[in-house]
Design a protein around this ligand. Sequence first.
Ligand SMILES: Cc1cc2nc3c(=O)[nH]c(=O)nc-3n(C[C@H](O)[C@H](O)[C@H](O)COP(=O)(O)OP(=O)(O)OC[C@H]3O[C@@H](n4cnc5c(N)ncnc54)[C@H](O)[C@@H]3O)c2cc1C
Length: 390
Amino acid sequence: MPDTSMSFRLSARQEEFRQTAEKFARDELRAVAVECESTGAPVSAATRRRMGELGFLGVNIPEEYGGLGVGKVDALIVLEELAKISPASAFPVFESNCGPTQTILYAAPEWLKKKVLPQVCSGDYMVSVAMSEPDTGTAMTDLTTRAERKGDKLVINGTKRWCSGAGYSEGYVLYCRLEDKPGGAGVGAVFFEKDTPGVSFGRPERFMGVHGFHNAEIYLDNVEIPVENIIVPAGGVSDLMQTFNMERLGNATCSLGIAASALEVALEYTQERTQFGKPLVDFQAVQLRLAEMKVDVDATRLLIHRAAVEAGDGLPSMMDTSVAKCFANEAVRRVVANGMQVMGACGYSSDYPMEQKVRDSWVWGIGGGHIDMQKTNIASDLVGRRFSQR
Ligand SMILES: Cc1cc2nc3c(=O)[nH]c(=O)nc-3n(C[C@H](O)[C@H](O)[C@H](O)COP(=O)(O)OP(=O)(O)OC[C@H]3O[C@@H](n4cnc5c(N)ncnc54)[C@H](O)[C@@H]3O)c2cc1C
């Protein structure tokens, strides 16, 4: 009797869902991706609503909040298929199934979930996260944006940097200092909306890749919000970081989508292009590169799905997430480098798809906790204690 207690296959439902996402990506998202890449603007409201109609924006959001209420693996399968076209065109799905929307789902008060989640699922609303500041990147708990309590209001002042979707998203999960205590003890998160008086946005940043993420600074000048908008109170950084593990799996899945599609592109090209009278794929050195790409893609997917399955109805563990993200972020850089090499000048030309994949691949190992920080997390989990970075 075969042992069926452990399976590496998608279920029939997951496979059907994957095919729906693949078809949408192939038929409808390509033109959107070209637009994002050329203008730097995020996907339009119409595309978001289309994603909503297909259920892609609430795959792992419970039905009571307008989602499909199916598992994390399903959510990541959809994201992978869309990220194969480009991570920028998949951005709303990233933000909803993995990003700050998940912080709202797992940590926000009920009224906020009811207000935001159904609108996210329908595509009428997007949520971004504002953590980074000009002087605060990896050392997030040094942030200085302050939300000061005045009666039943919070008054926010500060500057946020690099926020993806800044000025486009309707809602923002803001990491800020809620109490006058040092480091993480004073840090929590609140929610504000784009059109709140005192909120303004900087010019779009120019990045090497992921055009269409629309990153910009956010200026918060005496912004007043009700105290009910607190998502996580001061001292709740570890709760925030737990929800952020889902964002990290999304980050890893974008790496996977780029890598998997780079392999598809390289496979097709090396079978069509001939040199010395035979297809490129007939050269053993090319075969080795393709095989290395396949090993990286499969290993990445398995690590991501392991983290998602092990999480069950809860949030993924730091160890599983860090292992998956760390591997995915390093693997995608290897995969696109191999892909570009086997395509020669066409790999380097912006008239062919590999060039954008190379540019889009690098950032995942910088954002969402860089690769070396993930390695520190892994070592920390191995020995059972946190290492002070100070
Ligand atoms: C495309 C893009 C999208 C982004 N989107 C968002 C967003 O939506 N919201 C948001 O808040 N931020 C966003 N960011 C910012 C991102 O989260 C930060 O870039 C990230 O946290 C790293 O911070 P930093 O760039 O300031 O690097 P730094 O913290 O200055 O670190 C630079 C390098 O130093 C090394 N280093 C630093 N600290 C350590 C350490 N303790 N141990 C070992 N090595 C270390 C690492 O090599 C690291 O890459 C985005 C960035 C990019 C590029």
